[in-house]
Design a protein around this ligand. Structure first.
Ligand SMILES: [Zn+2]
Length: 183
């Protein structure tokens, strides 16, 4: 078994979650968290003036992996860490209303999007009778995927600061970041 956390679930003989639902477990963990919490008195502007855009992958602990503390950064996550229109929306608010200047993009090895294709949209359409408006954003070459996201951020007309946009691949086996050359 892997790491355990304060919200870890007890499991039955076949890995089934026993007792409370997962959400109940999270709410209980929050009660413990809040009981030890003291108001840090921060405002909403990230201290390091950086926005991190990363994949939602459960193996990527952004704060630990990057030495980030509470209040340091904005974290924007989705499947793949892809710079979509909605990520541009968040980055625009982050820069124009909350003072961030730098953008860090983090994709990773073993991403679930590598095993998908745009056919996923066809499968969904066949199953539910409606075609999703969004692209799957699947990819085969993780470096190229990072470059595409860097390019989308750098060329967005809505962002104020596009001079410090850097992209990385996080190795889920070693915990190390590798920077991707934007060229
Ligand atoms: Zn991923």
């Amino acid at each position: 078994m892997g790491m355990t956390t304060s919200a870890s679930l007890p499991t039955g003989p076949e890995g089934a979650i026993t007792g409370d639902t997962v959400t109940d477990r999270l709410v209980e963990a929050n009660e413990r968290y809040a009981s030890a919490f003291t108001d840090p008195g921060m405002d909403a502007r990230p201290v390091l003036r950086v926005a991190v855009v990363a994949c939602m992958d459960a193996r990527l602990d952004l704060h630990a992996a990057l030495g980030l503390e509470l209040g340091d950064c904005h974290t924007i996550r989705n499947a793949g860490g892809v710079v979509t229109d909605d990520v541009i929306r968040s980055l625009t608010i982050s820069q124009r209303k909350l003072g961030t200047r730098s953008i860090v993009l983090i994709h990773h090895t073993g991403c679930g999007l590598e095993s998908l294709t745009e056919d996923f949209r066809n499968e969904l359409e066949l199953e539910v009778g409606q075609r999703p408006s969004w692209a799957v954003e699947s990819f085969r070459d993780v470096d190229q995927d990072v470059r595409q996201s860097m390019q989308r951020a750098r060329t967005s007309p809505f962002l104020l600061h596009t001079d410090d946009v850097r992209g990385f691949v996080f190795d889920v086996r070693t915990g190390l970041l590798r920077e991707v050359d934007p060229a």
